[in-house]
Write a protein that binds this ligand. Structure first.
Ligand SMILES: Nc1ncnc2c1ncn2[C@@H]1O[C@H](COP(=O)(O)OP(=O)(O)OP(=O)(O)O)[C@@H](O)[C@H]1O
Ligand SMILES: [Mg+2]
Length: 338
């Protein structure tokens, strides 16, 4: 027991155990340092002994049996990662790790990319403007010059799209809170996404279909769902063969409403399944089929799904098309969630 106690006190992880009566049972040395505890907290009500805004909701969530893992909370001077476990005795164990330096490095990396994208967007827009101006009077230019200018314009546009996607991703990544959700019918949202995709689809001779009962409702963040489905539908169109079919269907399951985007296109090899959601990752098919892509679409999808409490799944194999599914929890509360 004494040995166990030494281990507890020497641990670099802050360990806090709270009883069903909300009083502190255990708090090791690291908890004192990380949470700046001034008075001995053992035996005292936790909300009185420890000042941390999120503490009550963390304890409540763990007590309810929710999976609380790697939640980042900020104290005055540190960022702490918290995981919770409900012990057999009904006590709540909270473990705190100091991730301040890691968070700072992450923030610096993200800010650098965002600043760089922002700075580069202005000259690129100028390059596009100049080439468009020259091309406006193309009758006076030789065919080779026109071709070169078109290449300049195309590449400048591609760079601008890349910077814009990076800035969008930055905005999504820096938002720390969950997005507000509102219970609403799903069909109109999907119809609006498909309406914006019809032109691209008909250019690529791809047919779009939708199957959703009008009364299907779910707690969603509309803007996030539009961006998610729009990215998935555009991918499905771009990675389809001419004459292909892209289908958006909605299924009501016991615990979730599942929106699935299905195509009959080139498919994704299983070894790429995990990685295509990483930023800049483009499968071999992506590069060959659509050289102008940025590789950021699915990274944006993943972040927005996380921030709106949705799950994502993928079923696909090469040559057999793909199914990307968004799992919207059926009983998610329809208000802002921390
Ligand atoms: N429906 C699909 N069928 C086959 N491959 C796909 C599909 N959707 C995505 N992929 C693969 O995943 C990769 C990443 O997709 P993602 O949307 O992130 O980027 P992208 O489409 O290449 O570029 P963009 O950022 O312009 O969307 C693609 O390059 C492609 O290889
Ligand atoms: Mg894409």
């Amino acid at each position: 027991m004494a040995w166990g106690d030494d281990l507890l006190q020497a641990s670099s992880v802050g360990i806090l155990v709270i009883g069903p009566d909300w009083c502190v049972r255990t708090a090791n040395k690291r908890i004192h340092e990380l949470l700046r505890v001034r008075v001995e907290p053992i035996g005292r009500p936790v909300l009185e002994a420890i000042a941390l805004a999120e503490l009550q909701s963390l304890v409540e969530r763990v007590s309810r049996g929710e999976d609380v893992r790697d939640v980042v909370v900020a104290t005055g001077d540190a960022d702490l990662q918290v995981s919770g476990t409900l012990l057999g005795s009904g006590e709540v164990l909270l473990e705190f790790i100091d991730v301040t330096q890691w968070q700072q490095a992450e923030r610096a990396r993200r800010d650098f990319v965002a600043n760089m994208s922002h700075e580069l967007r202005t000259p690129i827009t100028a390059v596009m403007g100049y080439s468009e101006t020259l091309l406006a009077d193309r009758s006076e230019l030789g065919p080779e010059v026109v071709e070169l200018l078109l290449a300049v314009e195309r590449n400048a546009r591609r760079l601008r799209d890349l910077f814009e996607a990076l800035l969008r991703l930055h905005r999504i990544e820096t938002r720390r809170r969950q997005l507000p959700l509102q219970r609403q019918p799903i069909l109109p949202i999907l119809e609006s996404v498909l309406a914006t995709a019809t032109e691209v689809a008909s250019r690529r001779t791809v047919t779009l279909g939708i199957a959703c009962e009008p009364e299907t409702e779910a707690a969603v963040n509309e803007e996030a769902l539009v961006t998610i489905v729009s990215n998935l539908v555009h991918n499905a169109i771009h990675y389809s063969h001419p004459g292909g079919l892209v289908d958006v269907s909605v299924e009501r399951q016991e615990n979730a409403v599942v929106v699935t985007v299905t195509d009959e296109g080139i498919g994704v090899e299983p070894r790429h399944h995990e990685r295509i959601f990483e930023r800049f990752y483009r499968g071999d098919g992506g590069r060959a089929h659509r050289p102008s892509g940025t590789g950021l679409g699915l990274a944006i999808v993943r972040h927005l799904a996380l921030a709106s409490g949705c799950g994502l799944s993928l079923q696909s194999s090469p040559g057999e098309g793909s199914q990307f599914a968004i799992h919207i929890p059926r009983y998610a509360s329809a208000r802002s969630r921390v």
